[in-house]
Ligand binder design. Structure first.
Ligand code: ATP
Ligand code: MG
Length: 319
């Protein structure tokens, strides 16, 4: 049984200008302990998908259809109280911007003690602090800094503190939204390597959200590519790298510099993503697709499985 099952998930934002379908009929599964990279350009719906899994889609967003299951628990049927215990223990979410979840007026110690005791009221303050210090060490923060305030840390360190908070309750799944572009690529790579190590120690599954395919390609077991709210391709990283089947994934791979190809020509995908208030008919990628046929403009392709475990939403592939 997979740890996480997402089935035909659809999420809308009802804005004054109209309805935006940020996640459109998304389906995939993730096994225990697997590490997945969720990739797509800005506005493709990555954060919305990640937040849906912990049922924290911000207003005016609503999950309008689909089924979500973690460890056999149906999330869309859970009460708000059940969700509070699921969040943190089953699935934890690390936000894009650490300052949205760290309170500037609270010491790091207070963040930990409150979180641990909210979930496990029988744990005393001293015991909670011991656990917090051990977790801080796991993310490379000196435990004696536990009484500092968030602003006393650098952006990269705050990101580490966020991760430490997310893993203290030992969740089965950790969803980490891209440490913002405010962090440079080296800091970002270090954080991803840290998470990879933590995943082994804590035996948890990970979903890493990023717009940079090259950063997750070598680090993750699986890659899920999204485009304009829509499922594009999902496969093992190696398989996706060597045998990309969707023209969008192929385009993304062509735009990554490859050190082994000396005379590689880097190509950007021409065109730009659609206005989400009036997306194109048929396949969402067809206006930019070099292989687009009449059918692609009329109908939405289904998700096909041309190779076992390799899923693609495109009419061109043969099952
Ligand atoms: N609170 C909101 N209200 C209205 N529309 C929203 C809201 N949040 C997101 N959207 C819209 O939903 C779509 C998906 O947004 P989302 O933030 O999930 O994308 P993303 O892939 O995480 O982008 P980024 O890489 O920039 O973080 C976008 O078109 C966005 O404009
Ligand atoms: Mg986002």
């Amino acid at each position: 049984m997979p740890l996480l099952e997402v089935n035909s998930l659809t999420v809308d934002y009802q804005t004054r200008r109209g309805s935006i379908r940020a996640v459109d009929d998304m389906s995939f599964t993730l096994k225990k302990g697997e590490m997945m990279g969720l990739v797509g350009e800005s506005g493709s719906g990555k954060s919305t998908l990640g937040l849906s899994i912990v049922r924290l889609v911000p207003s005016p967003g609503i999950i309008v259809a689909g089924h979500l299951e973690i460890d056999g628990i149906s999330l869309l049927d859970a009460s708000e109280e059940e969700m509070r215990s699921i969040r943190g223990k089953k699935a934890a979410f690390v936000f894009q911007d650490p300052m949205t979840s760290l309170s500037p007026v609270k010491r790091i110690s207070a963040h930990f003690v409150e979180l641990i005791r909210a979930h496990e009221p029988r744990i005393g303050k001293e015991q909670a602090l011991l656990r917090a210090k051990a977790t801080l060490m796991d993310v490379g923060i000196l435990p004696e800094r536990i009484d500092d305030y968030p602003h006393q840390f650098s952006g990269g360190m705050r990101q580490r503190i966020m991760i430490a908070l997310a893993i203290t309750l030992n969740p089965a799944l950790l969803i980490a939204d891209e440490p913002t572009t405010a962090l440079d690529v080296i800091v970002q790579s270090k954080i991803l390597d840290l998470m990879k190590g933590l995943r082994e120690k804590y035996k948890m599954a990970l979903i890493l959200i990023t717009h940079d395919l090259s950063i997750v390609l070598e680090r993750c077991d699986k890659i899920l590519v999204m485009y304009a709210g829509s499922f594009v391709e999902y496969a093992d990283s190696m398989e996706l790298h060597t045998n990309p089947m969707h023209p969008y994934t192929q385009g993304l791979l062509r735009s990554i510099p490859n050190v082994e190809l000396a005379d590689q020509k880097l190509e950007a995908i021409s065109g730009s993503p659609p206005d989400m208030l009036s997306p194109p008919d048929g396949c969402r990628f067809q206006p930019r697709c070099v292989n687009a046929q009449e059918r692609c403009r009329m109908e939405r392709p289904p998700i096909l499985e041309p190779e076992p475990g390799h899923f693609v939403r495109c009419f061109e592939v043969k099952e």
